[in-house]
Design a protein around this ligand. Structure first.
Ligand SMILES: C[S@@+](CC[C@H](N)C(=O)[O-])C[C@H]1O[C@@H](n2cnc3c(N)ncnc32)[C@H](O)[C@@H]1O
Length: 244
């Protein structure tokens, strides 16, 4: 059963203060590379899965998308998204992605940012997305990187002698539920290996076109030294795939 995490008051109060929720896409360091995976959105029909505050949905319309259907499980996220949107071509809807059913050949682009690692039945969703995409339609998404989701106790360990930071990678090959403390205790996520993500997409009839383990550029490291931790281990995995 899906966890209604984003509707919990304590979690939500912390979440709305994150830089990426205040600044939107400009506050998401991985956004330029995810954006580069998108086709020209002009005139396209777009589906945004786990839309949150609707930052991407509005971007899509501002960049010419004909219509956007934006789905999320959380009423709080959807309320905030609606309050920030003045556009009748964006339709916000409360749906659990574990139960999503799509009509055939409806969308040119399916987008999702940092949501799929919450889903237990990812193959059912990718089958549905493949069905809902038009021929040659594109799926573009980001997830928490499997190296980030794998550990039973996520968190850096510092070597006392050298001061070097390590990411304790354990249980990588054991897929399934992880319970972590992120903004609030007891956050449930689903860990899958990189191989599983790729095979699930291939088995659903996708051709993988882009695969980026996000890391900051040299310039970004100078401007944002705290992003050095991304060089030790990646937080984000970005992928794009085309319906064959
Ligand atoms: C980390 S937030 C990302 C929000 C937005 N895509 C962004 O990048 O700003 C994850 C979103 O996924 C939604 N979500 C989690 N599980 C879901 C599910 N089973 N069905 C639909 N949405 C879900 C949450 O409510 C939340 O809005």
């Amino acid at each position: 059963m899906s966890q209604h995490l984003y509707d919990q008051d304590e979690f939500f109060q912390y979440y709305i203060k994150l830089e990426r929720q205040i600044k939107g896409l400009a506050g998401a360091p991985e956004w330029p590379q995810l954006k580069a995976m998108l086709p020209d959105l002009n005139g396209l029909s777009v589906l945004d899965l786990g839309c949150g505050f609707g930052w991407f949905s509005r971007f899509a319309r501002e960049n010419g998308a004909a219509s956007v259907r934006a789905i999320d499980l959380s009423e709080k996220m959807l309320d905030k998204a609606r309050s920030m949107t003045n556009d009748d071509k964006i339709e916000y809807e409360r749906v659990d992605l574990e139960e999503l059913k799509l009509t055939e050949n409806q969308y040119d682009v399916v987008f999702s940012s940092l949501t799929f690692h919450y889903l237990a039945n990812f193959p059912a969703l990718t089958n549905e997305i493949n069905k809902g995409l038009k021929s040659s339609g594109r799926l573009v998404f980001s997830i928490e990187h499997p190296i980030f989701t794998a550990p039973s106790k996520p968190g850096f360990v510092v070597d006392e002698e050298t001061g070097r930071k390590f990411w304790p990678l354990d249980d990588y090959q054991t897929e399934g539920l992880r319970i972590t403390n992120w903004l609030a205790p007891g956050v449930k996520k689903q860990h899958r290996t990189v191989g599983s993500y790729i095979n699930i997409l291939l088995n659903s009839g996708f051709r993988l076109t882009d695969f980026v383990e996000w890391r900051p550029s040299k310039d970004e490291l100078i401007r944002y030294p705290s992003r050095e931790s991304e060089v030790v281990r990646p937080t984000f995995l970005l992928m794009a795939a085309t319906k064959d």
